[in-house]
Design a protein around this ligand. Structure first.
Ligand SMILES: Nc1ncnc2c1ncn2[C@@H]1O[C@H](COP(=O)(O)OP(=O)(O)OP(=O)(O)O)[C@@H](O)[C@H]1O
Ligand SMILES: [Mg+2]
Length: 252
């Protein structure tokens, strides 16, 4: 059965698109058949993360009858089938999302939906089309407060929440302790992605950090979440492994 996983958040800009793209790659590189759909029709960003330009066919072209879905799906070298939306056109509405997913059901092990932020209608539509959700938040009050509303919406719809991924973690005294975030949202923390300049760099290069800097801590954190999603124990990174990685990072 295809697992349809929405990546949601309360607040905008917390890292959903970045996490969705890297999670999709990580799952694909473990042998899963993965589709990644841009479900944020008024803030479509997926194409930029993959370095696609405005001339590439998108879900918008499919909906308008100007392209077949096969023409709009971009096959990333990791194996992920990426279905971008058009960042220059926000005429699509969230009802089109279900239509986009149908083509992948039964064909893929995972459909990852990069959702818009909040607890509004488009997010509701993304959650209704999913059987699982991951909440992305920063470990700061405004993001956590809003994440609680998104969680309530997911609960109302009956989607299984796999947990919370904390992103852009600085690990300083200004941030909420992770156990407090977990208690407030009422979900376990399944990932902690550090604040990492390689992520900004990777977006500028149009290449997700998992490929751009595979030895980075940010890439490791995403790998850990994909292991958990597959019910696998995340790899133990002992001193030898850490030394090897820091060595490779140094020359990267
Ligand atoms: N771990 C990180 N470390 C440093 N910068 C990050 C990290 N994650 C994301 N960013 C930065 O934050 C910006 C916003 O990330 P992203 O677009 O993934 O958020 P989003 O939740 O999808 O936003 P929106 O709600 O607008 O769709 C990125 O352009 C990137 O520069
Ligand atoms: Mg986004």
């Amino acid at each position: 059965m295809t697992r349809v996983v929405s990546i949601v958040s309360g607040k905008g800009g917390v890292g959903k698109t970045t996490f969705s793209t890297n999670l999709a790659i990580s799952l694909a590189e473990k042998g899963e058949r993965v589709a990644l759909i841009d479900g944020d029709f008024s803030g479509a960003n997926i194409s930029r993360h993959f370095g696609l330009d405005a001339s590439s066919a998108t879900l918008n072209d499919v909906v308008k009858g100007n392209a077949y879905i096969t023409q709009a799906v971009y096959r990333h070298k990791s194996g992920v089938s990426v279905l971008p939306a058009d960042f220059e056109d926000y005429s699509l509405d969230s009802n089109h999302l279900k239509h986009a997913i149908l083509d992948f059901l039964g064909q893929k092990d995972f459909v990852i939906i990069d959702s818009p932020p909040g607890a509004n209608k488009p997010v509701q539509r993304a959650l209704e089309a999913s059987n699982e959700a991951i909440i992305v938040s920063r470990p700061m009050y405004p993001a956590v407060d809003n994440a609680i509303l998104t969680k309530k919406l997911a609960n109302k719809i009956g989607v299984e929440i796999k947990g919370v991924v904390l992103n852009q973690v600085f690990d300083d005294h200004l941030e909420l302790r992770h156990d407090i975030v977990s208690e407030k949202i009422g979900e376990k923390i399944i990932g902690e992605v550090p604040h990492c300049d390689y992520i900004r760099e990777s977006i500028a290069h149009g290449e997700p950090v998992l490929h751009h800097k595979p030895y980075s801590k940010a890439a490791d954190s995403v790998e850990d979440v994909s292991h958990k999603l597959l019910g696998l124990e995340p790899p133990k990174r002992g001193p030898a492994e850490r030394f090897k990685k820091s060595f490779l990072r140094f020359f990267d």
